[in-house]
Design a protein around this ligand. Structure first.
Ligand SMILES: NC(=O)c1ccc[n+]([C@@H]2O[C@H](COP(=O)([O-])OP(=O)(O)OC[C@H]3O[C@@H](n4cnc5c(N)ncnc54)[C@H](OP(=O)(O)O)[C@@H]3O)[C@@H](O)[C@H]2O)c1
Length: 329
């Protein structure tokens, strides 16, 4: 495993990070613990969770906590082998203080996460979403407090754009607060709206840790035009989390698969290798139901795509800069 630096943290992380959003259901506790141990044995040293994750049971405002509890159990005796990331912001109850990036919510939730994770420190504490009701200064002062208390080592952002990241860096500089070290954005061959932010992250040592790099399993070759989805797949089990399988999507998937076949690469590995080759990438947050899927992801880290494939992929999956830009032309 060739580890990569996570932004300005100096932490060395595996290019594949184990996502835990499906811990609880469909990945039950015993299987999830085995997956964590299997991933560590394969060289993965980066685990991503969130206070709200509870698998398919999750609905807006449900209490969450299940995935953190499972990760906590899995890491008993192995805590120091992983860089552990968790997140705060999404609603964990019906009350107005049960969500967001206020100091009250952050400082309450950090304690709850520590308890469920059975640890006394979180390596990477991530602002899950922007919160338009809370001044960034309030949020960052609370993060600074959590770092000074020793509960958090580093701070990261998720679902923020480059302008918001820039404001965080500026405030940190101005006030002597911790700099954000990572940015977790939705990003895959099929979803590239943050593509233009990647050079900014690279320049400012913000390690990009994209989520859903397989677009929930669409980029694995298991969904075929005209066929029913496999019974144990996410499309069959949790269709509301997935995009509709329409002709435009299959046109793209089939074109990508043809390129993967040119170099005899399994589809999932090909998609992940493309993502890892993008600027600023530290580690891809990949979800897995079985150890074979993690093995597939780990194998992608050793795969290099031929140079000419990048251009071909840009014509299949159009990046944002090929759309009209009113400012830069
Ligand atoms: N920050 C955020 O807002 C945010 C949002 C979403 C997710 N996340 C993080 O990102 C992680 C990954 O998200 P995700 O699981 O939705 O997306 P993903 O990694 O793109 O997709 C993972 C799913 O694809 C299928 N799969 C994986 N490898 C495969 C393979 N080799 N062959 C066939 N199928 C394979 C599995 O589902 P099936 O086998 O069930 O089909 C697996 O659960 C989450 O666990 C979470 O940690 C963060």
């Amino acid at each position: 495993m060739r580890y990569r630096v996570l932004g300005s943290s100096g932490l060395l992380v595996s290019p594949i990070c184990l996502g835990t959003m499906t811990f609880g259901e469909p990945v039950g506790e015993a299987d999830a613990i085995e997956l964590v141990h299997g991933a560590i044995d394969l060289g993965i040293n980066f685990v991503d969770t969130a206070n709200v994750y509870e698998g398919y049971k999750r609905f807006l405002g449900s209490p969450g906590g299940t995935a953190e509890e499972i990760v906590g159990k899995a890491l008993v005796g192995r805590r120091d082998q992983v860089v552990l990331a968790t997140k705060v912001c999404a609603p964990v109850g019906p009350g107005p203080q049960d969500r967001g990036l206020s100091a009250s919510h952050i400082l309450r939730e950090v304690d709850r996460s520590l308890k469920r994770l059975q640890t006394d420190y979180i390596d990477l504490y991530v602002m899950h979403w922007p919160d338009k009701h809370v001044p960034l200064e309030t949020t960052m002062a609370a993060m600074d407090q959590a770092v000074r208390q020793g509960k958090v080592r580093y701070v990261g952002a998720s679902n923020h754009n480059a302008a918001q990241l820039c404001e965080m860096l500026w405030l940190a500089d101005k006030r002597g607060w911790p700099k954000i070290v990572s940015s977790q954005i939705p990003f895959s061959l099929l979803r590239r709206e943050f593509q233009n932010d990647l050079p900014f992250c690279e320049r400012h040592a913000i390690g990009v840790t994209p989520y859903q790099p397989l677009q929930g399993g669409l980029l694995t070759g298991k969904y075929k035009r005209g066929n029913e989805p496999p019974v144990d797949s996410r499309v069959a089990e949790k269709p509301e989390w997935m995009w509709p399988l329409d002709d435009l999507l299959f046109d793209r998937l089939e074109s990508i698969e043809a390129l993967a076949k040119e170099i005899q690469s399994p589809f999932a590995q090909y998609a992940l290798a493309w993502t890892l080759a993008q600027r600023g990438m530290s580690s891809l947050v990949v979800g897995s139901k079985r150890i074979e899927q993690i093995q597939d992801a780990v194998a992608a880290a050793a795969l290099e795509l031929p140079t000419e494939h990048f251009k071909k992929l840009d014509t299949i999956c159009t990046p944002p800069w090929q759309q009209p830009d009113p400012v830069r032309g």
